[in-house]
Design a protein around this ligand. Structure first.
Ligand SMILES: [Zn+2]
Length: 292
C-alpha cells in the first residue's frame, strides 16, 4: 500500500470514527443501494461514474456512498438534506415539508436530489461534479429509508429510545438505519453483505419484476420524481411507529414485518438511482435489468 493510499485510508477511518449519529441508512444500506445501482448502469454511465469517483473509492460507487454522512460535520449546511420529516400524517408535501431547520426552502432530501441531479445534467454548473455524484447517490438511499420522512416531533424516530432484542440500546431511527439490516444479515445471510445483495437482486428479477417498470416510470420526465419516493417513505413511516413507545423492546414481531420493507426500499433506491444516472450520462429513458 502506497503512502498516499495509506494516508487516505487513515483519513477516511478517522472521519468515520468521528461521524455523528447518522440520520441515514447505515453504511450497509447505502452500500447495498449503490451496489444494486452499479449493476444496472449502462456502459456510458459506468464510465462517467468511474471518471468522477474520488481515488479512494477504488472505482466503486458503493464504497463512496456514505461519504456525505462521514463528512457531515465538515458540512453542517448539508444536515437537513438527508431527510424530510413530516407532521406525522403519513404524507409528504414538498411545499410544506421541504425546508431546513430555519425554514430554508428546498433544503430537504428531495430538494437535494433535485439539485444534484440538475448539477450533473448541466456541465456549466458551479457545483463540484464528484461531490454532486456522491450526494445524489447518498440521498437516493436516504429518501427510501421510511424514517427519513418520519415525524418532525421525534426527529424521525431519533428521540424514541428502544432496545433491540433485549440487548442493544438504540432508537427507532437507528432500528431502520442499521438494526433490521444487521439482524437480517445475521439470521438469513451468514453475516455477509454480498449474500444479502444477491438475494435482493434475485427478488428484482423474480418477485418484483412486474412492478419494477412502475418504480422508474416517473424518471422519464424532467423531474427526478423524488417527491414520489418521499411520499412512499412518509406512508411507510406511519406503521413503523405502531406499537412502539419510549423504551419499548423490539424483536421478532417488529423485525419480521420490517425486513421485507427495508429490502424493497433498498432495491427501489438502487433501481431509481441507476435510472437517474443512466438518464444523466447516457440519455437513457429507462433503466434496464439486463445486467442483473
Ligand atoms: Zn444521509
Amino acid at each position: 500500500m502506497g503512502l498516499l493510499v495509506l494516508l487516505q485510508v487513515l483519513l477516511v477511518a478517522a472521519a468515520a470514527a468521528r461521524a455523528p449519529a447518522a440520520r441515514a441508512w447505515g453504511v450497509e444500506g447505502h452500500y447495498m443501494t449503490c451496489k444494486i445501482a452499479e449493476g444496472l448502469l449502462t456502459s456510458e454511465a459506468t464510465t462517467a461514474v468511474k471518471g468522477l469517483l474520488p481515488g479512494w473509492a477504488n472505482g466503486e460507487l458503493a464504497g463512496a456512498c456514505s461519504w456525505p454522512d462521514i463528512e457531515r460535520r465538515r458540512m453542517p449546511w448539508s444536515g437537513s438534506l438527508h431527510f424530510a420529516d413530516t407532521p406525522g400524517d403519513c404524507k409528504f408535501s414538498y411545499a410544506r415539508d421541504c425546508h431546513g431547520p430555519k425554514g430554508e426552502k428546498d433544503m430537504c432530501v428531495v430538494g437535494g436530489i433535485n439539485n444534484y441531479t440538475a448539477a450533473l445534467q448541466d456541465s456549466s454548473s458551479p457545483y463540484n461534479r464528484t461531490e454532486s455524484l456522491l450526494f445524489l447517490a447518498h440521498f437516493l438511499g436516504d429518501v427510501h429509508q421510511p424514517m427519513h420522512c418520519g415525524r418532525t416531533a421525534d426527529l424521525g424516530g431519533n428521540t424514541i429510545l428502544v432496545t433491540w432484542y433485549s440487548t442493544a440500546k438504540t432508537n427507532l431511527h437507528k432500528v431502520w438505519d442499521d438494526k433490521v439490516i444487521q439482524t437480517a444479515m445475521s439470521k438469513f445471510y451468514k453475516d455477509d453483505l454480498s449474500t444479502m445483495i444477491d438475494a435482493i437482486k434475485l427478488n428484482l428479477t423474480e418477485d418484483w419484476c412486474t412492478e419494477e417498470n412502475q418504480w422508474t416510470a416517473c424518471s422519464t420526465q424532467t423531474t427526478t420524481c423524488a417527491d414520489k419516493y418521499a411520499e412512499e417513505s412518509a406512508e411507510l413511516s406511519c406503521p413503523a411507529y405502531v406499537g412502539v413507545g419510549q423504551y419499548s423492546n423490539l424483536e421478532d414481531e417488529y423485525f419480521f414485518p420490517a425486513m421485507p420493507v427495508v429490502e424493497k426500499r433498498i432495491a427501489q433506491g438502487g433501481v431509481r438511482l441507476a435510472a437517474i444516472l443512466n438518464r444523466i450520462f447516457s440519455g437513457e429513458n429507462n433503466s434496464r435489468l439486463q445486467s442483473l
